[in-house]
Design a protein around this ligand. Structure first.
Ligand code: PMP
Length: 434
């Protein structure tokens, strides 16, 4: 008799899509890779070819990711880790295979240290609630930075309020880099945790996370890295950084929305109590009390986003075929090319000039409100972001209520930057008559 796990997946074969190998082959060529992303061929507002420059908010998805979601629901859908039937076993195998893909992708020592979450926000909240609320005492300190996304600020404000811990902030220098001398001084306090972003979603700054982690460890503090903008953009290896926690989102790296990852150091995760409670995360339950499942299930209460995890695994496959170092270099090249163009326009101010950068470029155009500019661009088919970018303290630091942000990814091309410049010039002329 054939066992379920070795049986050919006939249904899966039926709906198998030929796009699984997308992303690879030959030298890096953004024009070729664009063909893997059906949405990039869209025309919007009747006849404007879409120029998608909002990748720091979310990236587009290659057909291989879109198709695997469809295929999963048509050929594999079942709840994981529970039922003993064929589909449940297939779904569980694929869900856990996705976990191992992510584990290898970020260099995690064990698949047990890879927790599926809804995204970066949930990962950070998990640490804040399950570690912070239990371990922080009055007057303990948590060091954050002045460039954090609200996701890595508000959860700590909540926990500080409850525990009496204090939040300290590394100042941001004028060029958008962190003041590392000040960071060193802050670490002399009663610091229990340093939590910082790897790449700023506003300034594009790449922070020296390995050095900052070593400094925090030397001061006896744990480290959480917000890698929402870095895991999509460059090779990130948790063993090399040596951080204790690292959180990121699938949707910013070609994957589906609603799936993300929290990496945690095993010894710490093992000592932590659960975040959410319910099914899947227990070992034994009586009416009075419960014991917890082993890692990672202890932190994965309820039915997980099975298709999302499988889609994220396919996204990881795609990114690896393109090559993370290739993506890093190209994103940086395009971002610098954009800055050169913006610098050439009178009245445009770019925020963020740190030596190492990712693909997000924020700027203001004198006399044109960021929302008006975003609408102008949109009419030309160009998608950019405008607002406080979930970093209101950083807006206050630079004395602006809002900024415009164009953020590139490896499927963007120089011609799209030229179109952005043309739209900015048009908006300027409209508002200034110049
Ligand atoms: N941190 C950073 C640096 C981000 O850019 C984002 C998303 N803009 C987040 C956290 C939050 O990610 P998510 O909304 O996917 O949880």
């Amino acid at each position: 008799m054939t066992t379920p796990s070795s049986a050919p997946s006939t249904l899966a074969a039926l709906v198998h899509c030929a796009c699984h190998e997308q992303g690879g082959g030959g030298p890096f060529d953004p024009l070729r890779l664009r063909k893997d992303f059906p949405i990039l061929t869209l025309t919007v507002h009747k006849d404007k070819t879409l120029a998608y420059l909002d990748n720091a908010a979310t990236t587009q998805k290659p057909a291989s990711v879109v198709c695997v979601l469809c295929e999963y629901y048509q050929a594999c859908n079942a709840n994981v880790h529970r039922s003993l039937h064929y589909l449940a076993e297939q779904a569980t195998l694929r869900f856990e295979e996705a976990r191992r893909k992510v584990q290898r992708f970020i260099g995690a020592p064990s698949e047990r240290s890879v927790i599926f979450t809804r995204g970066t926000t949930e990962g950070i909240n998990l640490v804040a609630q399950a570690w912070g609320r239990r371990n922080l005492k009055p007057n303990d300190e948590v060091v954050l930075t002045g460039m954090e996304h609200h996701s890595n600020l508000v959860p700590w404000q909540l926990v500080a309020k409850e525990t009496g811990a204090k939040l300290k902030f590394v100042p941001v220098l004028d060029d958008g880099a962190l003041d590392l001398d000040a960071y060193g001084r802050l670490l002399k306090g009663r610091v229990r945790l340093a939590a910082f972003t790897h790449i700023s979603n506003v300034l594009g700054t790449v922070n020296p996370v390995k050095q900052m982690t070593a400094m925090a460890h030397a001061a006896g503090a744990l480290v959480l890295v917000d890698a929402a903008q870095s895991v999509p953009n460059r090779p990130v290896n948790v063993a090399d950084i040596d951080c204790d926690f690292l959180a990121f989102s699938g949707h910013k790296m070609l994957g589906p929305t609603g799936i993300g990852v929290l990496y945690g150091r095993l010894e710490i995760l093992e000592r932590m109590e659960p975040f959410l409670a319910g099914g899947e995360m227990i070992n034994r339950v009586t009416l009075e009390e419960s014991t917890w499942a082993d890692l990672p299930q202890k932190f994965e209460a309820g039915t997980p986003h099975v298709s999302g995890a499988i889609g994220l695994g396919v996204a990881v496959d795609y990114l690896q075929r393109v090559g993370m170092e290739t993506i890093r270099a190209y994103d940086e090249h395009l971002a610098r090319s954009m800055i050169a163009r913006l610098d050439a326009i009178p009245g445009v101010r770019v925020f963020g000039r740190a030596p190492e950068r990712g693909g997000a470029v924020s700027f203001e155009v004198e006399g044109v409100h960021p929302h008006d500019l975003a609408q102008f661009c949109d009419k030309d088919g160009i998608a950019i972001r405008a607002g406080h970018l979930c970093a209101q303290p950083l807006m206050q630091r630079f004395g602006v209520p809002a900024v415009s942000r164009a953020s590139v990814y490896f499927y963007n091309v120089e011609e799209e930057l030229d179109r952005l410049v043309q739209s900015i010039l048009k908006a300027k002329a409209f508002f200034h008559g110049a």
